[in-house]
Design a protein around this ligand. Structure first.
Ligand code: X6L
Ligand code: MG
Ligand code: MG
Length: 167
């Protein structure tokens, strides 16, 4: 089964509960297995900076779903958790982004893999490096990409998201 990595974020309401509920939804799906969850980071919003701080983490999945089917699951999970899209890059109850799906490279109207801007985002690379520091991206390990970013952009919390029991 291919291994995928997802970035999760929340900056509205009970942020920890939203991340936990997203994890539970991914676990319940018959074609996905959540096999690792990173530490949770508290992070200043980037893009639109005038919004609440985020909680961000990364999860590792084993999945039979194609990249597009996994994208559909991510979007359905966001909707179930009450995400309403207002302005671009605005606050959200939960956001699930596919970072990597096995060795797939893909670029169409709906999805680009690997995620085209993950190298620039400390809130993505810090938790990804916790799970997969040696994973190669553009020929370099995640830890080397992370070393080029500003570590003060993110703060590791003591929040733990338990790996949900297999459904
Ligand atoms: C210039 C222009 C600099 C755009 C940065 C960066 C835009 C990231 C959007 C950017 C730019 C994004 C999260 C967030 C968002 C999150 C934190 C995005 C999409 N999502 N900030 N901002 N965590 N800390 O999950 O990632 S909006
Ligand atoms: Mg996002
Ligand atoms: Mg998204």
């Amino acid at each position: 089964m291919p291994t995928a990595y997802l970035a999760l974020g929340s900056n509205l309401g009970d942020r920890r509960a939203h991340l936990a509920a997203a994890l539970a939804a991914l676990t319940r799906h018959p074609q996905t297995r959540v096999t690792a969850v990173s530490p949770v980071y508290e992070t200043k919003a980037v893009g639109v900076t005038d919004q609440p701080d985020f909680l961000n983490c990364v999860v590792r999945l084993e999945t039979d779903l194609s990249p597009h089917a996994l994208l559909d699951l991510c979007l359905a999970t966001e909707q179930q958790l009450g995400r309403v899209r207002h302005e671009r890059w605005g606050p959200r109850t939960v956001d699930l982004d596919i970072l990597l799906h096995g060795d797939t490279t893909l670029d169409d109207d709906r999805l680009t893999l690997p995620h085209p801007r993950m190298q620039e985002r400390t809130f993505v690379l810090a938790p990804l490096a916790d799970l997969a520091p040696d994973l190669l991206l553009d020929g370099e390990p995640i830890r080397a990409h992370l070393a080029r970013l500003d570590p003060t952009d993110v703060c590791r919390t003591d929040i733990t998201l338990p790996l949900p029991p297999a459904a």
